[in-house]
Design a binder for this molecule. Structure first.
Ligand SMILES: N=c1c2ncn([C@@H]3O[C@H](COP(=O)(O)OP(=O)(O)OP(=O)(O)O)[C@@H](O)[C@H]3O)c2ncn1[C@@H]1O[C@H](COP(=O)(O)O)[C@@H](O)[C@H]1O
Length: 108
């Protein structure tokens, strides 16, 4: 069976991976990656906070826009630490079918 077509998120992750080591003047992603994982993590934090603010305010369009920024910067942060979207998906798959309540109750 052939692999399914990559989703938009996977295409974006592929674009981001391809920017690693590229000329920082040529792209925003390459520029951010060249600043190192700490800066990528800081940018992700800023975007996540902006998404939180819009969620609290209840502005749907602004929340969608900030959520897109957050997802992009999450993928950049992961790429900076050589973690792929598939790595994260595999972890989600591992958790599938186990309720959060059950998991929390099993913690020591
Ligand atoms: N999805 C995005 C995306 N979302 C947000 N951003 C950029 O992320 C930046 C961060 O926004 P900020 O408001 O924090 O920027 P800023 O205020 O200038 O930064 P600071 O001064 O606060 O540090 C902006 O320049 C946005 O354009 C993105 N840049 C790129 N992409 C995707 O990545 C692809 C590759 O982009 P390049 O690497 O630039 O070729 C693009 O085709 C898009 O698909």
């Amino acid at each position: 069976m052939s692999d399914p077509l990559p989703t938009g998120l996977h295409r974006l992750a592929g674009t981001i991976a391809a920017r690693k080591g590229a000329d920082p003047e040529s792209s925003w992603t390459a520029k951010l990656l060249a600043k190192g994982p700490e800066k990528c993590a800081e940018k992700f934090g800023e975007e996540a906070v902006e998404a939180i603010i819009e969620a609290v305010k209840g502005d749907r369009e602004r929340l969608i826009s900030e959520a897109a920024d957050t997802l992009y910067h999450l993928l950049v942060m992961l790429a900076a630490r050589d973690v792929t979207l598939s790595d994260v998906e595999n972890e989600l798959d591992r958790r599938e079918g186990r309720s959060g309540i059950e998991e929390k109750a099993s913690r020591k």
